[in-house]
Design a protein. Structure first.
Length: 729
């Protein structure tokens, strides 16, 4: 395409020469194929038929010497060409001249609308091929993602918000481009130029491709914020990686980058893929070490008479690691086999089938702590939100089952088990009675009842009092019962006044960490037993409801509380017996509260069972020694050091946040509310501040600050504790 300049005399001479010959130009035809009325920025398409071997097309703008287009078009009986009017095109009639030499024809179109200048340089979409993903937002211009070391290229596709805008990817005018990747950071620049031709916006994308790290046995790979690609050579043992954690109450938390692990085994290459941003939750006893996949002997695990073909141990042998995103585990050459996992010496088949072998499908379809499977070609893929020992196997063709659980070290470690036939039956173990009706199961099962001895891992039940042992009831078949089963447990009736305090059986929801009452509760006061119905097994206990009577007006008439902003919280906490006023008839809501006083209120308000054990050097003989010891044994406090607690120090707002999160065992959140002084929050308190501010437990001040190191008043403490109690109900 060439742009030429001609004088007005030249143009007129050309037209006078061409126009009279138009009547004999039967071999040329010209048509404006779209609407003859145009506006600046529109596209004009000119087409026609001719017997010539080329056609010259000229478009003349009115009242000017500029000849816009002079295009040679090779033809085979027909020709077409298009051009775009500039956004500043003059208004008026435009003449189109098509032909060559004496064989020409003309047509016209009009530009009738004033120029529309659009400055929209936004993207509507920015997508990557399936090897990686980003959360796109039009107002966000910088993105970072990561891929595994095995990924050699990735395709970037962009869509402009305005169809008339143009897109370049890494300086090439295109909306889709394949990017070849090198190890390290790969930068992709997507530039959008608006319809006005000048307004521009650049979106930057950094794709990180990690270098391959070879595992050295007994030397953990250190996990930072950067993506990892790990290779475990054949024959390696004790291949591990170590993460950085934050302890909140009785649990540890860690956030992982994208991690891919390839393990060379006798089965083939076992692969683990962990998506970026995955958060781990684990007991506080966890040593921060994640065991990389290791193939175990098939004889290390028996599965109800089935034939085991592969055993993979991954994670931590001593504690359960729970993920908030699905993690992919590929076991090669095991497609078509059944698969399951072992936890707490109980083998559970995996029956959930994932609809697609994708991160999105697995995240969407798996419940918290759950798992599913899918066959991919000849391989078996397990998508899981926890790590443990997994096994592929061929199920036994008949029942009943002959073995159950792990047999490592010799013999299945099953204690006090009953086999229930498919037509139902009754289990009576350790004082618990379970009645399974006809039709509740379709095959024989083995039932185990054990008393829980580690009470520190269990949630405290606000306004509920534990009046029995905690029983963990298990079965060796996955899934719920088709009909409700009846569970009866004994309880200690001397611990409560049965005429005033109702009791019931509760089951522990381990996903929400809360106690849930069973249906159809019946209390046998004479024999101190409670029964209820449920359609699944887990941990069960008898709990008594501690009622808080509504405060009658003036029932606790402190002179300095009436009309106070925290009056109701103070009254309710007093009625609960967790806090008291002073002998002079005041409550002193504006007085700062000490660490010992706050712990004492927490222990009473949350009804924590007394526990002796930990005594700090500066709490020995202190009036709050028992409360501090109880809180320490429940994993709520740790002190300034192993010997110092500082009981008489005034508690700060960030210290209060940490204690509230610990006693309430609250779920991890990524971010809390932002305040003008958020940078003042101590590193050890950032997670707790994020949780308490996001949950509405801790408020900021009118000036936009949080004052994390400010001292806590008695009124503030009462309010935050009551809010925390309400979340537990």
């Amino acid at each position: 395409m060439k742009i030429r300049l001609f004088s007005i005399a030249t143009i007129m001479a050309l037209l006078l020469t061409l126009m009279p010959l138009n009547i004999i130009a039967a071999s040329v035809n010209v048509t404006l194929t779209d609407i003859p009325t145009k506006k600046p920025g529109d596209t004009v398409t000119i087409s026609g038929t001719t017997s010539l071997n080329e056609v010259i097309i000229k478009t003349i703008r009115p009242d000017t010497t500029i000849l816009y287009y002079d295009v040679a078009v090779p033809i085979n009986g027909g020709y077409t060409t298009s051009f775009k009017l500039p956004v500043d095109a003059d208004l008026g009639n435009y003449t189109v001249v098509a032909g060559k030499g004496a064989d020409v024809i003309t047509d016209e179109f009009a530009v009738t609308t004033a120029a529309v200048v659009r400055t929209n340089a936004n993207l509507k979409a920015l997508q990557l091929s399936e090897e990686a993903s980003i959360d796109f937002s039009a107002d966000k211009q910088e993105y970072t993602t990561s891929v595994g070391n095995s990924v050699t290229s990735i395709t970037v596709s962009a869509t402009a918000d305005d169809a008339e805008a143009t897109i370049t990817i890494n300086s090439e005018e295109t909306s889709t481009k394949q990017i070849n990747l090198i190890e390290g950071s790969n930068t992709v620049l997507v530039e959008v130029t608006a319809q006005d031709g000048t307004t521009q916006k650049t979106y930057s994308l950094i794709i990180k491709k990690p270098a391959l790290q070879i595992v050295v046995p007994n030397v953990p790979i250190q996990v930072s914020t950067e993506p990892l690609s790990i290779s475990v050579p054949a024959g390696s043992t004790n291949a591990t990686m170590q993460v950085t954690t934050v302890t909140i109450g009785t649990t540890k938390h860690a956030t992982l980058p994208q991690i891919e692990v390839n393990v060379v085994t006798s089965l083939g290459i076992v692969r683990v893929s962990i998506p970026a941003g995955t958060q781990i939750t684990a007991p506080s006893s966890w040593d921060n070490i994640i065991k990389l996949p290791e193939v175990k002997s098939n004889s290390s695990l028996s599965v109800a008479g089935g034939e085991v073909s592969a055993v993979i141990e991954v994670g931590s042998p001593d504690v359960t690691l729970i993920f908030d995103k699905a993690v992919r585990l590929l076991i090669p050459n095991q497609a078509g086999k059944a698969v399951g996992y072992i936890k707490g010496n109980v083998f559970t088949p995996i029956t959930e089938i994932i609809s697609a072998d994708t991160q999105d499908a697995a995240d969407r379809e798996l419940v918290a702590g759950g798992e599913g499977k899918i066959d991919v070609d000849s391989d078996q893929v397990i998508w899981t939100k926890h790590f443990t020992k997994f096994a592929s196997y061929t199920p036994a063709p008949t029942t009943p089952k002959s073995s159950y659980g792990s047999s490592s070290g010799g013999g299945s470690p099953v204690i006090n088990t009953d086999i229930i036939l498919s037509n139902g039956g009754t289990v009576n173990q350790n004082g618990a009675v379970i009645v399974i009706p006809v039709g509740a199961i379709t095959s024989d099962i083995r039932v185990t009842v054990e008393k829980v001895t580690n009470m520190a891992t269990l949630p405290t039940a606000t306004l509920l009092k534990l009046v029995s042992d905690v029983y963990e009831i298990k079965k060796d078949e996955f899934g719920e019962f088709s009909k409700s089963v009846s569970i009866t447990l004994p309880f200690d009736k001397t611990a409560i006044d049965l005429d005033k305090t109702p009791v019931a059986i509760y089951w522990l929801n381990e996903q929400t960490n809360q106690w849930v009452q069973l249906d159809n509760t019946q209390v046998d006061k004479a024999n101190s037993k409670v029964s209820g119905s449920v359609n699944h097994f887990t941990k069960f206990a008898v709990l008594a409801t501690v009622k808080i009577e509504a405060s009658a007006p003036g029932s606790v008439d402190f002179s300095d509380v009436k009309g106070h902003w925290a009056e109701k919280s103070i009254q309710d906490l007093i009625q609960l017996g967790a806090i008291k006023g002073y002998p002079d008839g005041t409550f002193k809501p504006a007085t700062n509260i000490t660490r010992a006083e706050f712990i004492s209120v927490i222990v009473k308000a949350f009804n924590l069972p007394p526990k002796d054990g930990k005594v700090f050097a500066d709490t020995d003989n202190h009036w709050a020694q028992n409360s501090i010891s109880t809180a320490a044994m429940h994993g709520i406090i740790s002190g300034y050091s192993d010997t110092t607690f500082g009981p008489d120090d005034l508690i700060t707002r960030e210290q209060m946040a940490v204690l509230i999160v610990g006693v309430n065992k609250m779920e991890w959140v990524a971010d809390g509310k932002a305040y003008a002084d958020s940078s003042d929050v101590s590193d050890w308190a950032k997670a707790a501040i994020a949780i308490t501010t996001s949950k509405g437990l801790l408020d900021g001040f009118e000036d936009g600050t949080l004052k994390p190191k400010g001292k806590t008043t008695r009124a503030e403490a009462a309010t935050v504790i009551l809010r925390a109690l309400s979340l537990k109900q």
